[in-house]
Design a protein around this ligand. Structure first.
Ligand SMILES: [Ca+2]
Ligand SMILES: [Ca+2]
Length: 390
């Protein structure tokens, strides 16, 4: 019996293999192995996300997996971008030659104005530079790095010679189908050409839309698949998750008139349904540990640290839900998103240390984490494993 940070672990005699190596600590993950560190959008916290340089940096940092969001160009090339609207993450607005391409388009029911990747060829998109999507992060690399194609990301992984996984998300799959550039068949063809279409391939496919994963399963893909589970926000007065479109339910559910919210996915019935087509879940981390602020005399959430802003730094983390255990019971691994370094994004009880939050989640048994700063998640994992004597 071993006591670690208040956790009691019982290792049955004769069952040492279930308790890790020798007298080492048995990790609370589904497979008993250390959690996977997924470099969210490459080294998205440091360099303009989803550029060749951001992926190269994540590989240098030692990430176990690198994450591209998958969208399509007009000529059907799969590229790494979080949003079909290029205004959000590129310098397209600074390119007068594309000014006439600006238009309004509905993305998952939300009318957006901008420049849409499905109106541009790959050659045109390669003339753009990536920009930071967060005004409070470094801006000095804006416009300097090119947008990566998914093929380039695959090539970088192969060239590394390391066991790095491609962790690709089909973005807005219904929208892409509506635009005449569906993602799934092209993605599966790209993986097949890479020799990565079986269970042992270093590949995870993820989506918020169950239909996208089910379609790829239906096409015979046996790679690991992950159902993402979103919400809109947290009500800082109560710590409860909030649900507002388009973050209330998968867009394919909305299109089909399915009124369930994303939260239906974390019930035992929801998890059992996911298990029929996926191997794991990628929930927003607030489904596992939520945060709650302090309500002031005026009935509003108080600016506890007095910096003039009300954000997560004014909150306290709440007791963990049973989601990790529930998902493990259903045979699903759990990879929550997104872990970030900035103090404004950390509950006050982590005292400005992003590793404190990560170590809490590792101790809760998550099987992987999506991190904007993979180096921080790796350092926190090393500290956690040392502390528990793994
Ligand atoms: Ca993503
Ligand atoms: Ca504050």
């Amino acid at each position: 019996m071993k006591y670690v940070q208040g956790l009691m672990v019982v290792c049955a005699a004769g069952a040492l293999s279930a308790c890790g190596s020798g007298d080492g600590f048995s990790l609370p993950t589904l497979d008993g192995k250390p959690a996977l560190v997924v470099a969210h959008r490459g080294a998205g916290g440091t360099l303009p996300e989803e550029t060749v340089e951001a992926y190269a940096r994540a590989i240098e940092q030692g990430a176990d997996a690198i994450e591209p969001d998958v969208i399509s160009t007009k000529d059907g090339v799969l590229i790494a971008r979080h949003d079909p609207n290029l205004a959000f993450s590129t310098d397209v607005a600074q390119h007068p030659e594309f000014a006439s391409r600006k238009r309004k388009l509905s993305v998952d029911g939300e009318l957006q104005e901008g420049w849409f990747a499905s109106d541009f060829t790959l050659a045109e998109i390669k003339t753009l530079g990536g920009i930071s999507t967060d005004a409070e992060r470094p801006q000095e690399f804006n416009g300097k790095f090119k947008i990566a194609t998914i093929q380039e990301v695959v090539d970088m992984i192969k060239k590394s010679g390391r066991n790095i996984a491609l962790y690709a998300e089909t973005k807005n799959p219904t929208f892409h189908r509506q635009q005449g550039v569906p993602l799934e068949d092209r993605l599966l063809a790209l993986l097949a050409a890479a020799g990565w279409n079986d269970r042992s391939a270093p590949v995870f496919l993820q989506s918020f839309e169950p239909g996208s994963l089910k379609y790829m399963r239906g096409k015979g893909s046996t790679v690991k698949m992950v159902q993402l589970i979103d919400a809109d926000d947290v009500d800082l007065k109560t710590g409860a998750l909030t649900f507002a479109a388009p973050y209330d339910r998968p867009y394919d559910w909305a299109q089909a008139g399915d009124k369930r919210l994303f939260s239906a996915m974390v019930t035992p019935a929801g998890l059992a349904e996911i298990k029929t087509y996926a191997d794991g879940i990628g929930p927003w981390k607030r489904y596992i540990v939520s945060v709650k602020g302090t309500v002031g005399a005026d009935g509003k959430v108080a600016d506890v640290n007095g910096d003039g802003k009300v954000n997560e730094a004014d909150t306290t983390s709440q007791p963990a839900s049973t989601l990790v255990a529930d998902a493990h019971k259903a045979g699903l691994f759990v990879h929550p998103y997104t872990f970030r370094n900035e103090a404004r994004r950390l509950a006050a009880d982590y005292k400005g240390d992003p590793k404190a939050e990560l170590k809490q989640f590792y101790a809760l048994g998550v099987d992987g984490v999506f991190a904007d700063f993979a180096d921080t998640a790796l350092a926190a994992r090393a500290e956690y494993l040392k502390q528990v004597g793994y």
